[in-house]
Design a protein around this ligand. Sequence first.
Ligand SMILES: *Cc1c(COP(=O)(O)O)cnc(C)c1O
Length: 401
Amino acid sequence: MKNQDLHTKDQQYYLPTFKRIPLTFIKGAGAKLWDVENKEYTDLLAGIAVNNVGHCHPKVVKAIQEQAAELMHISNFFVSPAQVGLSELLVKISGLDRVFITNSGAESVEGAIKIARRYAHSKGKGGKIISMENSFHGRTLATIATGQPKYQEGFGPMPSGFVQVPFNDLAAIQKEIDQDVAAIILEPIQGEGGIIPADPKYLKSLRALCDEHDVVLIFDEIQSGIGRTGQWFAKDIYGVQPDIMTLAKGLGGGMPIGAFLCNEKISNSIQFGDHGTTFGGNPMAASAALATLKVIMDENLRQAAQEKGDWLKAKLNGLKNKFPIIQEVRGEGLMLGIVLDIPALGIMQKLLKAGFITNATAGNVLRLVPPLNIEKEALENFLNAFELVLIQQENEIHAKS
Ligand SMILES: *Cc1c(COP(=O)(O)O)cnc(C)c1O
């Protein structure tokens, strides 16, 4: 089997929504991946911030195998131990009061918007949702209505009741706030938008503004959550508690699962029948998520993310001083963006050739979201490869000019 053959077949059958790289991976362990031609890669993308405990963590594999042999699915008409265990743990680590488990990020955001509107309506308010320019909340109709216009093109009419304001701009929000506004949704650290952290003062003021006007504050922590930034959630770095928080990506250690959580105030407006899901939080997904969270606790992976992230950021800033191509290094823990003054795609491709998987986002940002348990040695190897790519890139630029 060859990488290229499978790519050709994939292109024949799959909707052309993805511009896939002609690489077929068949095995993973920790931060290592192997393609079908047995070439080894170091994964600094982790399935887009999903494999936070690495590929095929033995404890997660075991939990899935054992659960699969016992019971894969019941329905939410009944209780399951894994789901109860996961709900209890999510409440404990988030400081919020109630959970609803979904199958994906977009579904978590949809649920968050629904319960925020339900709360607002119970207070006699409208259902308008304020979101941020440059944000990303998913690809369903309501979530593209909150997001960047490029994702809305050709899919109109858009659901109504959504407005966008610039990120990190409190005055822009103050201007929009009235009795029609139900909620504000934002990522504490914008992910797809290019790893852009919210300003701490801005988040605190936003919390105060929402309290003052009884507007629901929703944090989308789908990318920034589950230990990635060195805390369980990025909100913990800021010390700001939202009314609703969405999760997915890293939650299941690779299994598709998401969740939204809310405080008592919001949950009091929810009644039997207000929301539902067939698969959400089924024993398979819930046991994988529970095992994943336990690994993060048992192996101190939040601390690891913090320490390795700080170290990596310092090293990258060292490279920034040597290579003017690098404009800025941003982010927290192991959620880092290297802002370049050229498109990041070419750099990403050169790194891939050298055996390192990264990602280009927002045009000129190279995104690093590796497993939290990636070895220091793997990061050192990456830094060496990155430096060589930067030298190569500079030579190419000089050759042209
Ligand atoms: C990835 C992502 C989503 C969408 O998650 P899906 O599982 O792809 O639906 C939503 N919000 C943020 C912040 C994300 O990073």
